[in-house]
Design a protein around this ligand. Structure first.
Ligand code: LMR
Length: 333
């Protein structure tokens, strides 16, 4: 009697609480590859995700994080994801071009997002969901949007007026829109994988580039670039994406656990992004290896005047409706 009561009211309900993957013999392993340093917002959030998943699953789900392009470089990682050689990656939204989903180019438009709040409204609302839905037919599941921050311009010479960019060889991420942006200012854009940037700057193969403060600092770019201009002219954010077939093949309760951990890692990542960029600026200034210049309002306007015409050039590829919808969300508080 007592035994059957124990089974009915204690053991069975407890068993129901245990996730089904917890009974499986096999451990689920997720490889998560990225190109930046472990002490960046993306690097720290990948570790946070790993920690949450492994502790909550009692070690039944393992997340192996590969930072610094250790496993795959920029150009290979999307293909590796589609082949399920890696299960999660978090490329910059500027690198979604090879998937043939041109709508993502919108995040490269210079001076589109005046602040992070408007950007999050876009990413976390219907537009962000619609963009991720476009990846499904490519075998990819969008999990979250992570943040880095606004891009700053760095070079071997001071950049104040927009004309100062003319004729410089500037490294860009692999994006047609960024190529057009650099051509608009009269510069000569050079696509390089992130892992190759420091060396190219050090040897003078390129004269400069654009990146976020945390990327500049953690890659030590400021040590080989004497000038940095706080231009905030564009944005770097990430799509955290998974192999769709792998994701759908997971037990439902494992997916619930992973989704929840991803949500928490995302909140953490966005906080870190703000904090890390602020700290990176302080460290860069303190290093005295590069001089930091802030654009005046007049200079900023002249940069905008030269760069914003790129919007028109890319409007039809991105989709006029999408661009208008984003502009509406950006301007509604
Ligand atoms: C870059 O290539 O400069 C960035 O996309 C790197 C990153 O992932 O932040």
């Amino acid at each position: 009697m007592i035994r059957s009561l124990l089974i009915r009211f204690v053991l069975l309900p407890l068993a129901a609480l245990l996730p089904s993957f917890a009974h499986a013999q096999q451990i689920i392993t997720i490889k998560f590859s990225h190109v930046v340093a472990p002490n960046t917002p993306k690097g720290q959030a990948a570790e946070k995700f790993k920690h949450l998943v492994e502790s909550r699953s009692g070690g039944k789900i393992k997340v192996q994080v590969y930072p610094n392009s250790q496993l795959f470089k920029d150009l290979d990682e999307i293909q590796a994801l589609q082949l399920n050689s890696v299960q999660i990656i978090a490329p910059s939204l500027s690198k979604f071009g090879p998937l043939g989903t041109r709508a993502f180019e919108v995040f490269d438009l210079p001076f589109l997002f005046p602040d992070k709040a408007s950007l999050y409204r876009v990413l976390d609302g219907d537009i962000g969901k619609r963009l991720f839905a476009q990846l499904e037919s490519k075998g990819i599941r969008g999990l979250a949007y992570w943040d880095n921050g606004y891009k700053q311009m760095h070079a071997r010479k001071p950049l104040r007026k927009v004309e100062d960019l003319r004729g410089l060889k500037l490294r860009i991420q692999s994006s047609k829109l960024l190529e057009a942006q650099m051509r608009a200012v009269g510069a000569n854009p050079q696509v390089l994988a992130f892992s190759e940037v420091y060396h190219a700057l050090q040897t003078g193969a390129v004269d400069g580039g654009e990146n976020t403060l945390s990327n500049i600092y953690t890659q030590k770019m400021h040590e080989v670039q004497p000038h940095l201009t706080l231009s905030n002219h564009g944005y770097i954010g990430y799509g955290v994406i998974a192999n769709k077939k792998f994701w759908e093949g997971l037990p439902a309760d494992a997916r619930t656990l992973l989704d929840k951990a991803m949500q928490e890692a995302t909140a953490f990542e966005r906080d870190m992004a703000q904090k890390d960029n602020n700290e990176a600026l302080e460290q860069i200034r303190a290093s005295k290896k590069t001089s930091v210049y802030e654009l005046s309002e007049i200079e900023r306007k002249s940069w905008q005047q030269v760069m914003i015409p790129v919007w028109k050039q890319f409007e039809s590829g991105i989709g006029k409706d999408l661009l208008l919808a984003i502009q509406r969300v950006v301007s509604t508080k």
